[in-house]
Design a protein around this ligand. Structure first.
Ligand code: CMP
Length: 133
């Protein structure tokens, strides 16, 4: 089924000039970028995006990192877009990542992990709503 999801290239991805590489990987997987913008998130926007992690020990570090530089926000459309974009992104935990995924190829860290993609249809709807109305 054709679906939409939300993807964000995080501050480390932008600083390391990986925007082109990251977009290429989604396009290679036959995903279509239908909206795209670059900005610095406010603390409020970052806390809204990651509200499911509020109260966890890594929350403050995650928010400070997310607002530390510009990010690229994207609406992506394609066959089972939520699942397929997660496959392109790779695993959260470094020890589980495989070469060939964005995080497997470009990140050695848990927090600074280049890219975020919504983890469910409900999250995708909510996260797209925050940034694309
Ligand atoms: P992301 O997929 O954007 O979702 C939540 C983010 O929190 C995750 O990527 C990491 O950048 C960050 N994070 C830091 N510590 C943890 C942790 N212990 N578990 C999950 N996510 C973490």
């Amino acid at each position: 089924m054709i679906k939409e999801t939300f993807v964000m290239i995080k501050p480390d991805g932008v600083k390391r000039k990986l925007i082109g590489e990251v977009i290429k990987r989604f396009e290679q997987k036959e995903m279509e970028i239908t909206e795209l913008k670059m900005k610095s998130l406010s603390r409020e926007e970052a806390e809204k995006l990651y509200e499911m992690h509020k109260g966890k020990d890594f929350f403050e570090k995650l928010i400070n990192y997310t607002i530390s530089g510009r990010v690229v926000l994207m609406k992506i459309r394609g066959e089972e877009a939520v699942m397929n974009c997660r496959i392109v992104v790779g695993e959260t935990y470094p020890e589980k990542r495989h070469a060939g995924s964005i995080r497997g190829d470009f990140s050695a860290y848990l927090t600074e992990n280049v890219v975020h993609a919504s983890s469910s249809d409900e999250d995708a709807k909510r996260e797209l709503g925050i940034f694309f109305g």
